[in-house]
Every structure is written in structure tokens, then in C-alpha cells.
Design a protein around this ligand. Structure first.
Ligand code: ZN
Length: 329
């Protein structure tokens, strides 16, 4: 897959900024390293002009865009790295995975009259799925999202979202404004073409749930009367700077659960190519009203595993269950 035009223009800008900085540095002190770097930047810019930027110098395949964004001077694709370079990269990835695992919320959390459990499984070492729970002022904020792209670049955006909401939530803004502000910050800090589908919600002690859905798959409300799909959706976060977000409210009764998932969960395919799908998930959940959030998560994961009947996994998978279980007085 060739580099997209928007990414190429971004990379050209990065290279030009670097050349400017290098020229200033070389003017002050002409070390061999600086001169060599300047030559490499010039060569890369020449390749941008001649349309050969991002072509692997060894196999003539394509250098991965996410790696070029991290290092616009990368000249070979992942497969053509020397063994020592591959080892260094693997160590970096393992570190990134450890950092990401540290960003996950507490498992089987009990707070504000709710029980929250989740399943979070990256397709590779790191995930582009985002999942966080924050308690503020007796309310429980929950965020579940899916960042465009894969691998390290997507995991960096995920960490970006994580930090942003952790900072924004204590401001006490109404939910739509909270998401609008997050959208503006996210739009300013990402590349064109990078965005995230995202559900941001607030669960209250009385069972009231407010939801803002930015282009994410609709969550499921598991009530005593059956399963309801909570449709309502705006565009993903990061697409347009001045987008408006609206919220919807749903009242939960004791024993009800809210189930949120990423497409890696419902778009998992069986070996005949059929997709797991939200209908199967809904049917599975129906008899489980009143069950604990942990039991619900486990039941869903077991069912998905038996459906897939194989170890292959192509996308990051996340499933979050919030059960309304108020303390009885
Ligand atoms: Zn190559």
C-alpha cells in the first residue's frame, strides 16, 4: 500500500522543518554527523519530488507509513532491517506494550453504584483501542474508542486520548462540550486521516446514563425486558475541528447493564468468513440480565472464541460491561 497524499505532504513538511533546523546547526558547527544528516534529509526530499519516497531500498517494497511518521529518514521496510535493528525495534515495542497496559483502568471496579468489567486484547503487541473509567464527583465517566490505523502509531493516539480525557473530566463540563473540546484538541494534534470512533458516557448513582457517541458502534442496553441497541451517532472524533456533539440519556434499573464493544469484537470472522455480528451478541446477552459484569464479559468472550474456533485475530478487541448494581439500604 503506497503512502497517502495527505501523509506524504505531512512528511514533506517534517523533512523541510528538519532541513531548516539542520542548516542552522551546521552554520554554527559543522560536525560530520550534522552534515551527514543534512545529506540524508536532502536525499529524502529529492525522493518526495521524484515519487520514490517510502520505497524500500532493498526489496523495493513499501516502507510502513507509521514508521516513516516516527522516522522520515527510514530507508528500508521492516522485513529488510538488520537482525540487530529488528531486535532493538522489538524491545521498543515491548516497552510500548508495557506502557499501554499501565494505562488500563482497574478491572472489576465497584464505584458509584456500578460494577465495571472489561476485556481488552490487542491484535499485536499494542492496541489502537481505547478504554478508560474515571470517577469524578460521584459520577462514573467511561470512554471506549477505536483509533484509526494499527500498531504503534495507533497506540500513541490511544495514549493521547487517555491523557486528554483524564485532564478534561475534572473540569466538570457538560458531556457534549467535553467531547467537543476533546475533538478540537485531538484534531489539532493528529495527522489528516487520523481519527477515532469514541463513546464517552457518564453513569450516575441514580441509574441515569448520559452517552455521547462519536461514530462508534451503538452500545447495547440489557434490560429486564430485553436488549435495546442505543442508536445515536455523530462523526468520529478528529475528523472536523468544529463538530457538534449531542448526548442522549437512558435510565437504567437495578440489574441492567450497558455493553460497549469495538468492531474487532463483532467483526471477528469464523473460518467460513461469516462475521460474529451484533445480533449474535444481543441474543447471547438476553438471558443474562442481572448477572455480574464479570460474568457477562466472560460469557461474551467465551462465545466469541467458540465462534472463531481458531487462534487468528486481525483487529484489536475490546468489550466493556457496566452493570447498575446500587447498594440496597
Ligand atoms: Zn524491504
Amino acid at each position: 500500500m503506497a503512502i497517502q497524499v495527505a501523509d506524504l505532504e505531512f512528511l514533506r513538511g517534517q523533512l523541510e522543518t528538519r532541513r531548516e533546523k539542520l542548516q542552522q546547526a551546521v552554520a554554527r558547527s559543522q560536525t560530520a554527523n550534522l552534515v551527514q544528516l543534512l545529506e540524508q534529509v536532502d536525499k529524502a526530499l529529492e525522493k518526495v519530488d521524484t515519487g520514490t519516497f517510502g520505497v524500500c531500498e532493498d526489496c523495493h517494497g513499501t516502507v510502513e507509513t507509521s514508521r516513516l511518521i516516527a522516522d522520515p529518514l527510514a530507508q528500508v521496510c521492516l522485513d529488510c532491517l538488520k537482525p540487530s535493528e529488528q531486535r532493538a525495534l522489538e524491545q521498543d515495542l515491548a516497552l510500548a506494550a508495557r506502557i499501554q497496559a499501565g494505562l488500563l483502568p482497574q478491572q472489576d471496579l465497584k464505584a458509584s453504584g456500578w460494577r465495571v468489567s472489561y476485556h481488552y486484547e490487542p491484535a499485536g503487541l499494542v492496541s489502537g483501542d481505547y478504554c478508560d473509567i474515571v470517577q469524578h464527583d460521584r459520577d462514573l465517566y467511561f470512554m471506549v474508542g477505536d483509533v484509526s490505523g494499527k500498531g504503534v502509531a495507533a497506540s500513541m493516539l490511544m495514549a493521547n486520548l487517555h491523557a486528554m480525557f483524564r485532564v478534561l473530566i475534572p473540569s466538570g463540563l457538560p458531556l457534549p462540550q467535553l467531547v467537543e473540546r476533546a475533538n478540537r484538541i485531538f484534531s489539532d494534534s493528529t495527522l489528516p486521516g487520523q481519527y477515532a470512533t469514541l463513546i464517552v458516557g457518564r453513569a450516575r448513582e441514580c441509574g441515569e446514563v448520559e452517552l455521547c457517541n462519536g461514530g462508534h458502534l451503538p452500545p447495547i442496553h440489557l434490560a429486564a425486558t430485553g436488549v435495546n441497541t442505543l442508536y445515536s451517532s455523530a462523526l468520529p472524533v478528529g475528523m472536523f475541528h468544529d463538530q457538534e456533539f449531542l448526548s442522549t440519556q437512558v435510565n437504567f434499573s437495578p440489574g441492567d447493564s450497558l455493553v460497549i464493544y469495538t468492531d474487532g469484537f463483532t467483526e471477528s470472522a469464523a473460518h467460513d468468513g461469516s462475521e460474529y455480528g451484533d445480533k449474535r451478541l444481543g441474543r447471547l446477552l438476553e438471558p443474562f440480565h442481572g448477572y455480574d459484569s464479570r460474568q457477562l464479559v466472560d460469557a461474551c468472550v467465551r462465545d466469541l472464541q467458540s465462534f472463531r474456533a481458531g487462534p487468528q485475530r486481525v483487529d484489536d478487541q475490546t468489550l466493556v460491561v457496566l452493570k447498575f448494581a446500587p447498594v440496597q439500604h
